[in-house]
Design a protein around this ligand. Structure first.
Ligand code: COA
Ligand code: AMP
Length: 634
C-alpha cells in the first residue's frame, strides 16, 4: 500500500482499473475478467466484466481450502434468548451448503429471487450466503417493517421463495413474524411458491401445509450444494431503501465489484486482518448488516459477531462491553444513536469497569451524523480511536472515513474525515459547478463510481438515472448536502430530499405523508423530522382536516399513528402529530418544510420572502409548543 491517503486516493482516481485490479487479486476467480472497468454503455459501468466467481465461495470455501476451516467464522450472541452459538468456517459452510440444497429442492435456481424476513439470528446469514452459493438473488427485509412494506418488496422482487422465522424478540417483547408474513403474502399480487419458516422455541407459528416448509425438517433431508459460478456482474442481492415516495428503491449489488471492494475495505478502512473479531452492531436488514455483519468480515477471513440484543435493556448499558470482552472484539461498528442510548443510561461509563476491554482497538460510527458530544464521550471512556464514517445503502461501503489501514489522520469533530480511495467527491451547486472550498452544496461523486456500489435499481434503469444521475450529469448525487474544507475534510450536514434518519434508520417522510393523506378526515398533511436527543430525528405529522369533520382531533391523531405503525412499521417511530388550520407555503404552493423544522427545533429562522401568508408561522409555532416542540424545548 502507498504511504499516504493522498497518494492512495490520487492513484485510485487517476488509474482506477489498475487500482482495483490489484485489489481483485486478493479474491478467487474461476475466470479472471476480460475488462476491469467496462464503460461501453455509460452511465451503466460494469466492474470486472467477463469475470466468473462466487461470493459464497470467497466468503467460506476459500478460507477452508486455505486451512482456516476450524477458525471461528460467526458468533451468535443473543441476550434475549440467553444463547451463545459459535460456528467455525467448516460449520458455517456446511449449514450454508445444506440450506442451498433446501432452496434448490424448493425450486430456487440461479437468478431467482429469495426474500428473507428474519430477526437477528444466524439462520438469516445462512440464508443470504446460501442464495449467493447457488447464484440466487436475496432481498432481506428488515423485521421492523410492517406487512404492507413487505408486500411492496415482494411485488417488486417477485421471489420464488420467502425465508422467515416464527418470531423475533425485541428486548422483552416477542414479535410474531409469521402472521406479518402471511398478511404480506395475502396483500401482494405476486405469490411466492414456498415459505421456509424457522420455528423458534420462544414462539412457534401456525404452518400452512401447502405453502410453508419447516426449516429444520427441510435441513435434515437436504443435499448440500456446491458453489455455482456466476458472472461478476450478476446481481448478488437487492436491498430496498427509502426513496421520496412510498415506493422504495431496489438497490442492486453485483457479485464481483462488491466482493473486491468489501474485502479491500476491511484492511484499508477498518485496519482489520484475517483472524480478527469484527462486530457490526446493526441488523441484517440494513446495508450495514449486509456489508459488515455478513459479507466483508467473512470475505476477509475474520470472525463476525451477530448480536440479537440492544445497546441498553439487554440487560443493561454494559451489554456492548460484555460482548467485546467475552468475544475478544477488535473493532466495533455501530450507529451513534446506540452510544447516545448507552450514555443516557450510564453517563459516567461506570459499567465499563466490569469488563476487560484490552482486545478492543477501534470504534466506527455511521448511519447518521455523529454529534461531537457522543463522539468525545466514546473517546474519553473507551480510549481507542473513534471514527465517524459516511456512507449509504447505495454505496455499500464508506465514501468518507479516517482510513485506519492506510493513514490515520487527526480527527476533526463533525467530519467523517476525507474521501476514501475510489471516491472522486465534489461539492456542486445547482448548475453542476463545483462550489468554492468551504461552501455548502450537494455532495456528488464523479462517475464512474468505485466497485461495490449500485450498478442500477432492480429492473428500473430509468429510475436509477432519474434519481441519481440526471440532476448532475457525469456525477452520482448522494442527496446529502455538505462541504469540504481546505484540508479536504468532508462535512455532511443534511439530506437534500425528504429522507429522515431515525435511530440510524433511513425513513421517507413522503411515505408517511401518503399514509396520513389516506385518512378520510385529512385534507392535507406534512411530516417532518425534528431533532431528538436519543434518535437523532423523530417524525412529527401536521394535519389539516377536512371541513365538517365529526371526530375529535385526538381520535384522528391516534388513528394516523396506528396507520403508520400498521403500514410502514414500528421502526418509523411515528408517535406525534398535531392538527393545524393551514400549512405554511410559498406563493407557488410548496410547503415551507425547512422553516417549520427550524421553528420546531427552536432554532433561529428568517421569514421566507416567498411565504404566502406570514401569520401561519405564528399559528404553527403555537401548535408545536402544545406538543412540546419550538419554545417548549427550552
Ligand atoms: N423487528 C420488529 N420490531 C422492531 C425491530 C425488528 N427487527 N427493530 C425495531 N423494532 C421496533 C422496536 O421494538 C420499537 O417498537 P415500539 O415502538 O413498540 O417500542 C420500534 O421498532 C422502534 O425501534 P428502535 O428504533 O430500535 O427504537 P428503540 O426505542 O427500541 O431503541 C435504540 C432505541 C437507540 C436502542 C435502538 O434504535 C438501537 O439499538 N439502535 C442501534 C443502531 C442501529 O442498529 N442502527 C442501524 C443502522 S447502523
Ligand atoms: P442508509 O442508506 O440507511 O445507510 O442512510 C444513508 C444516509 O444516512 C446518508 O445519506 C446520510 O444522510 C446519513 N449518514 C450516514 N452516515 C453518516 C455520517 N457518518 N454522517 C452524516 N450522515 C450520515
Amino acid at each position: 500500500m502507498a504511504t499516504s491517503l493522498q497518494e492512495e486516493h490520487t492513484e485510485s482516481i487517476k488509474n482506477p482499473e489498475a487500482y482495483w485490479a490489484k485489489a481483485a487479486d486478493d479474491c478467487y476467480w474461476y475466470k479472471p475478467c476480460d475488462k476491469v472497468l467496462d464503460d461501453l454503455n455509460k452511465p451503466f459501468y460494469k466492474w470486472f466484466n467477463g469475470g466468473i466467481t462466487n461470493t459464497c465461495y470467497n466468503a467460506l470455501d476459500f478460507h477452508i481450502n486455505n486451512g482456516l476451516g476450524d477458525q471461528l467464522a460467526l458468533i451468535y450472541d443473543s441476550p434475549v434468548t440467553d444463547t451463545i452459538r459459535q460456528y467455525t468456517y467448516n460449520d458455517l459452510r456446511d449449514e450454508v451448503a445444506r440450506f442451498a440444497g433446501v432452496l434448490n429442492h424448493n425450486g430456487v435456481e440461479k437468478g431467482d429471487r429469495v426474500v428473507i424476513y428474519m430477526p437477528m439470528i444466524p439462520e438469516a446469514a445462512v440464508a443470504m450466503l446460501a442464495c449467493a452459493r447457488i447464484g440466487a438473488i436475496h432481498s432481506v427485509v428488515f423485521g421492523g417493517f410492517a406487512s404492507k412494506e413487505l408486500a411492496t418488496r415482494i411485488d417488486d422482487a417477485k421471489p420464488k421463495v420467502i425465508v422467515s422465522a416464527s418470531c423475533g424478540i425485541e428486548v422483552k417483547k416477542v414479535i410474531p413474524y409469521k402472521p406479518l408474513l402471511d398478511e404480506a403474502i395475502r396483500m401482494s399480487t405476486h405469490k411466492p411458491s414456498k415459505s421456509i419458516i424457522l420455528q423458534r422455541w420462544t414462539q412457534k407459528a401456525d404452518m400452512d401445509p401447502k405453502r410453508d416448509v419447516d426449516w429444520n425438517a427441510a435441513m435434515s433431508m437436504a443435499t448440500p450444494q456446491d458453489c455455482v459460478p456466476v458472472e461478476a456482474t450478476d446481481p448478488l442481492y437487492i436491498l430496498y431503501t427509502s426513496g421520496t415516495t412510498g415506493q422504495p428503491k431496489g438497490v442492486v449489488r453485483d457479485n464481483g465489484g462488491h466482493m473486491v471492494a468489501l474485502k479491500w475495505s476491511m484492511k484499508a478502512v477498518y485496519g482489520v486482518d484475517q483472524g480478527d473479531v469484527f462486530w457490526a452492531a446493526s441488523d441484517v436488514g440494513w446495508v450495514v448488516g449486509h456489508s459488515y455483519i455478513v459479507y466483508a468480515p467473512l470475505l476477509k477471513g475474520c470472525t463476525t459477531v451477530l448480536f440479537e440484543g440492544k445497546p441498553v435493556g439487554t440487560p443493561d448499558a454494559g451489554a456492548f462491553w460484555r460482548v467485546i470482552s467475552q468475544h475478544k472484539v477488535k473493532t466495533l461498528f455501530t450507529a451513534p444513536t446506540a452510544f447516545r442510548a448507552i450514555k443516557r443510561d450510564d453517563p459516567k461509563g461506570g459499567l465499563l469497569k466490569d469488563y476487560d476491554l484490552s482486545c478492543f482497538k477501534a470504534l466506527f460510527l455511521a448511519g447518521e451524523r455523529s454529534d461531537p458530544d457522543t463522539l468525545k464521550w466514546a473517546e474519553n471512556n473507551l480510549n481507542v480511536p473513534v471514527i465517524d464514517h459516511w456512507w449509504q445503502t447505495e454505496t455499500g461501503w464508506a465514501i468518507a472515513a479516517n482510513c485506519m489501514g492506510i493513514e490515520i489522520l487527526p480527527v476533526k469533530y463533525g467530519s467523517p474525515t476525507k474521501a476514501v480511495p475510489g471516491w472522486n467527491l465534489q461539492v456542486l451547486d445547482k448548475n453542476c459547478e463545483p462550489v468554492a472550498v468551504g461552501d455548502i452544496g450537494t455532495l456528488a461523486a464523479k462517475l464512474p463510481l468505485p466497485p461495490g456500489t449500485l450498478p442500477t435499481l432492480w429492473q428500473n434503469d430509468n429510475r436509477f438515472v432519474s434519481a441519481y444521475l440526471e440532476d448532475f450529469p457525469g456525477y452520482f448525487t448522494t442527496s446529502d448536502a455538505g462541504y469540504i474544507d481546505e484540508q479536504g475534510y468532508v462535512y455532511v450536514m443534511a439530506r437534500t430530499d425528504d429522507i429522515i434518519n431515525v435511530a440510524g434508520h433511513r425513513l421517507s417522510t413522503g411515505a408517511m405523508e401518503e399514509v396520513l393523506a389516506d385518512h378520510p378526515d385529512v385534507a392535507e398533511c406534512a411530516v417532518l423530522g425534528v431533532a431528538d436527543q436519543l434518535k437523532g430525528q423523530l417524525p412529527v405529522g401536521f394535519l389539516v382536516l377536512k371541513a365538517g369533520t365529526q371526530k375529535s382531533h385526538e381520535d384522528i391523531i391516534k388513528e394516523v399513528v396506528v396507520s403508520v405503525r400498521e403500514r410502514i412499521g414500528p421502526v418509523a417511530a411515528f408517535k406525534t402529530a398535531t392538527v393545524v388550520q393551514r400549512l405554511p407555503k410559498t406563493r407557488s404552493g410548496k410547503i415551507l418544510r425547512g422553516t417549520i423544522q427550524k421553528i420546531a427545533d427552536n432554532e433561529t429562522w428568517n421569514m421566507p420572502a416567498t411565504i404566502d401568508d406570514p401569520d401561519i408561522l405564528g399559528e404553527m409555532e403555537e401548535a408545536l409548543i402544545k406538543i412540546g416542540y419550538a419554545g417548549a424545548r427550552n
